[in-house]
Design a protein around this ligand. Sequence first.
Ligand SMILES: Cc1ncc(COP(=O)(O)O)c(C=O)c1O
Length: 293
Amino acid sequence: MAGLLQPARQRQHRAPAPAPGRGHPRAGRDPDHDLPADRQPRAGRGRQRITDLAPDGFHKVFFTNGGADANENAIRMARQFTGRDKVVSTYRSYHGNTGSAVVATGDWRRVPNEYARAHVHVFGPYLYRSEFWATTPEEESERALQHLRRVVEAEGPTSIAAILLETVPGTAGVLMPPPGYLEGVRALADKHGIMLILDEVMAGFGRTGDWFAFDAYDVVPDLITFAKGVNSGYVPVGGVVISDPIAEHFDERVFPGGLTYSGHPLAMASIVASIDTMADEGIVDNAARVGAA
Ligand SMILES: Cc1ncc(COP(=O)(O)O)c(C=O)c1O
């Protein structure tokens, strides 16, 4: 359990759960109930599988029920860590259906839901329908970065907690970032102490031929959000993979949030089984092969 964020506080939300008691024959069994202790796929083992795949400097995971609340909690972590409010994201994006996530979303679903504050949107790179009159991927990248830079400057860089991007925007149309874009966003975020959150809910865990979609670029985010592919959707689960400096911030401070089912054994068992299967059967390599063909 050592890798979980404030595990005692998360667990206490779970305490009063099922009325018939865990393991009642009519309610089903914990998936790890009958296993020897060293094989119990509880949250620590799920976390280990995920952080083993993440870049150096990621050792903790905050588990959620799905992708929206992964982004919701990542935004909250960035705000708590930086002491700033604003979140910059792109119009061509989907980040989920909860309070901040749906307002961080750029597509039409945001508009009737704009009750969360401090969200700013920019145009991301998309050469096919270029907002920047660009004619090459390089031009699109450079001009989209210049647009982002100007918005950050105009909004006030010290008011911005996070830039939140889908590594590869999915619902908006599978938009591969042009050369240098993600690296440029990383550099801009670093310059201003802004956290970079990469939403890997759709693109992560093998979809692009890498374990994380950002593995194909020279970029490491501060927070990684995931769901769907981590367990092939067998049961609802998601989470935030947290870089060490942000995790350490919460060693000394209570994180203002928790979820009843964070690290639920059934979800954790499905993560361990799915990741092990993907690794054993070379599924990510196969995606890379098929994608390159
Ligand atoms: C990139 C991305 N982020 C977040 C979400 C929201 O995930 P969930 O539906 O599990 O809340 C989705 C869902 O499609 C998504 O594609």
